[in-house]
Design a binder for this molecule. Structure first.
Ligand code: T1G
Length: 697
């Protein structure tokens, strides 16, 4: 049994305790330990009931994801669960923290479940490109009904104690010492003459099943375009209505074995660890004390400032928004209120939660109002001189030890830090718009940013429910620098013969939320126009950029916000319509440049956009701007909607094979010149048959 599972016999109650930090993952040793402990408890004549409890931060975080892809070792989790369920003595799961994935399924194998206020349960397998593989698709619908079970399995969401009690997942929610209460619960069961209550014997309710499954299929195809796991989840749950539990378990296992071998699941398991790996910063020890962030300030109440303030409030951090202009401040605060109110009316936010968040957001029009902030995040107009003024003032008014952060998306953090007396306290916190929705934060370390400030901001990122990656200073940092490389090629493809909607369709079908031209219209073409103007002034280079986008902006077409950009938009409708006027403009530019337009295949469009994206990522790694390839994947998944089933640009390139990518880049280099020269790192990895994932991280 080892020390990962402890068995204590308390008179008539046997206590089985999981002790496999950090999350009691169901590794082989734990499965073996539970199996042994159950065997001992069952054969012990004095034992009349069994309580299963987790030590440490939670009950159980599920199967050990690290074991997937390796040969399965018995006892399989489903066997352990069947052993528990088949016990002739009642087994009670005592849950604190999370009981998720296999952890939830273990609890479903038990005959009763009690939890404390911190108890949460869920089946997040879908986020790994999997389905519950140890009975969840058969037992959960029997216990709580097919509709809530489907929603939990398809969303991967975790439900709390109250919801769990209401659904009948928990028999009781207790206060005080959970284990003690579980033993009392067991004793009471026995005194009431209650015995095992296997879920497999429960009747599954079929009312409205047809509509429920039809709605689930419709939602799945929209919510998870191109992913196979959602359909398998639905089919497995659907089978519970038609076949026996054993047959349903066999079908679930068949689907699991198919999914666990799929590239889509490998990609999403890669992302699970990549997101956590991104929090590990060489040179910043994990135990370095982070500074307390009890109060924040946001400077500027425009679109970004509002979103940042909401992100902080959503994470429970009181925040003061500073805007020198009272009207702008009032407009900003009421916009924040309205955004929350819309979420409440849509049902995605409870009114009490909105009230809690609004209660910790306030405004100020004088810097004196933010002197006590532990972090001040600047979110003013993207103009260097203005930012320098703001930082010089922040340096004066903010208390010693306060962190001064800039939300700049491209400007030089070192240049900003240099105007302060505390460059060690200056860092970039690049939120992605809309900041209250997008999960990514690109945290930008300046040359002098201290390890403690880095640790504090990376912790704050996680605490407010965002996903962070630490990047270095360069033009565009990681995400936007790679985006520039990708959109530049997309623009050149137009000069050579493609049209915006053709390029966009290829990238949309690949899995991106939208192609580069639809995305430009959404973000506003004037944004990129200003960046290109700034670059021409500050960093003149021979790097040619297609003139088409500038021409469109100079026609007054800024995208959706002006009703026309690359596409034309009907009033009040975001649907992009190809515009013959833009096609004429594009053909005119090709003629001006002496380019003979040609037919361009979908494959060429995909390679010409994605491989330079990967190549730029390789350059970023060579320059040390990103710590590891998987950080780049995290940035592109959470900042740009790169399809999760592809794992991110670097993981995708590894799947394609770097030799293939390198050879394609070499061809592009010959055809289009130096701007597409393969990165030395790409060449080297390809030459030695290596992958980006082989780089030490
Ligand atoms: N397996 C292996 N390692 C895990 C793990 C798991 N299931 N869950 C977490 N870890 C590691 C994680 O990588 C990190 O490691 C450390 O634990 C702390 O994690 C059969 C097939 C449980 C809510 O999808 O939601 O069961 O970086 O930073 O914020 O049907 O982890 O420290 O080295 O996230 O306190 C289903 C999801 C598996 C697990 C804790 N389970 N995990 O959150 O800590 S598939 C999951 C979580 C399955 C069955 C199927 C969270 C957490 P390191 P953390 P946290």
């Amino acid at each position: 049994m080892g020390n990962l599972v402890e068995l204590k016999l308390h008179g008539s109650i046997a206590l089985i305790m999981l002790d496999n930090p950090p999350v009691n993952a169901m590794s082989f040793a734990v499965r073996q330990g539970i199996s042994d402990a159950i065997g001992k408890a069952v054969s012990n004549a004095d034992t009349r009931a069994i309580v299963l409890v987790g030590k440490g931060r939670c009950f159980c975080g599920g199967a050990d994801i690290r074991e997937f892809g390796q040969p399965r070792k018995e006892p399989f989790l489903s066997d352990v669960i069947n052993l528990i369920e088949g016990c002739q003595k009642p087994v009670i799961a005592a849950i604190h923290g999370t009981a998720i994935g296999g952890g939830c399924e273990i609890a479903l194998g038990c005959h009763y479940r009690i939890g404390d206020a911190s108890a949460r349960f869920g089946q997040p397998e879908i986020k790994l490109g999997l389905l519950p593989g140890a009975g969840g698709t058969q037992r959960l619908p029997r216990l709580i009904g097919i509709e809530p079970a489907l929603e939990i399995i398809l969303s991967g969401a975790y439900l709390g104690a109250e919801q769990g009690k209401a659904l009948g997942f928990f028999d009781e929610i207790v206060e005080g010492d959970l284990t003690q209460k579980a033993v009392l619960f067991a004793e009471r069961l026995l005194s009431e003459g209650k015995g095992p209550r296997p879920i497999r014997d429960m009747k599954i309710h079929k009312d409205k099943a047809e509509q429920i499954f039809a709605a689930a299929h419709a939602k799945a195809s929209k919510r998870a375009r191109g992913l196979i796991a959602p359909e398998r989840c639905i089919e497995a749950v659907e089978s519970a209505l038609r076949v026996t539990v054993e047959e349903g378990l066999a079908l679930e296992r068949k689907f699991f074995d198919e999914l666990v071998r799929s590239d889509q699941s490998k990609a999403q398991r890669h992302l699970f660890f990549a997101e956590r790996q991104a929090r590990k910063i060489p040179g910043v020890p994990a135990d370095i004390p982070a500074r307390a962030v009890r109060k924040a300030a946001v400077i500027g109440c425009g679109t970004m400032g509002r979103g940042i303030a909401m992100s902080l409030a959503n994470g429970g951090v009181p925040v003061t928004v500073l805007d020198m202009n009272q009207d702008a401040l009032d407009a900003g605060l009421s916009a924040i209120h309205d955004t929350y109110a819309r979420s409440v009316s849509r049902g995605s936010l409870a009114q009490p939660d909105m009230d809690k968040r609004m209660a910790i957001i306030d405004g100020a029009t004088d810097y004196a109002g933010i002197g006590e902030a532990d972090i001040a995040i600047e979110a003013v107009f993207e103009e260097m001189e203005l930012k320098k003024q703001v930082f010089a003032t922040l340096d004066e008014v903010c208390k010693p030890g306060a962190i001064l952060a800039t939300n700049t998306s491209t400007l030089d953090v070192d240049e900003i830090a240099a105007v302060t007396s505390r460059p060690g306290d200056v860092i970039g916190t690049h939120f992605f718009s809309p900041a209250n929705v997008m999960k990514l934060m690109e945290n930008v370390r300046g040359r002098e940013t201290s390890p403690e400030v880095i640790a504090t901001v990376m912790k704050l990122t996680k605490d407010i429910g965002k996903v962070g990656a630490l990047v270095g200073v360069c033009d565009g940092f990681v995400g936007n620098r790679m985006l520039y490389a990708y959109t530049r090629q997309a623009n050149f493809l137009l000069e050579e013969g493609a049209l915006p909607h053709e390029v966009d369709k290829v990238l949309y079908d690949f899995g991106l939320p939208m192609g580069p031209f639809a995305m430009g219209d959404l973000a506003g073409l004037d944004v990129g126009y200003r960046v290109r103007q700034h670059r021409r002034k500050t960093k003149p280079s021979n790097d040619r950029y297609s003139p088409i986008a500038d021409r469109i902006v100079e026609m007054g077409r800024h995208g959706q916000k002006t009703g026309a950009g690359w596409y034309r938009y009907d009033k009040g409708n975001r649907k992009p319509n190809p515009d013959p006027e833009i096609e004429k403009l594009i053909i005119g530019v090709s003629r001006e440049l002496g380019i003979e337009r040609r037919e361009i295949s979908d494959r060429e469009i995909l390679e010409r956009c994605l491989y330079p994206l990967v190549n730029e990522g390789a350059k970023i790694l060579e320059e040390g701007i990103a710590i590891r390839p998987s950080d780049i994947d995290v940035i592109w998944i959470y900042g740009y909607g790169f399809p999760r089933g592809r794992g991110g640009p670097m993981f995708y390139a590894d799947l394609i094979g770097l030799d293939t990518v390198y050879k394609a880049m070499s061809r592009l280099h010959e055809q289009h010149g130096d701007m597409l020269r393969p990165a030395p790192l790409l060449e080297e990895l390809a030459k030695f048959g290596k992958k980006f994932s082989d780089l030490a991280s």
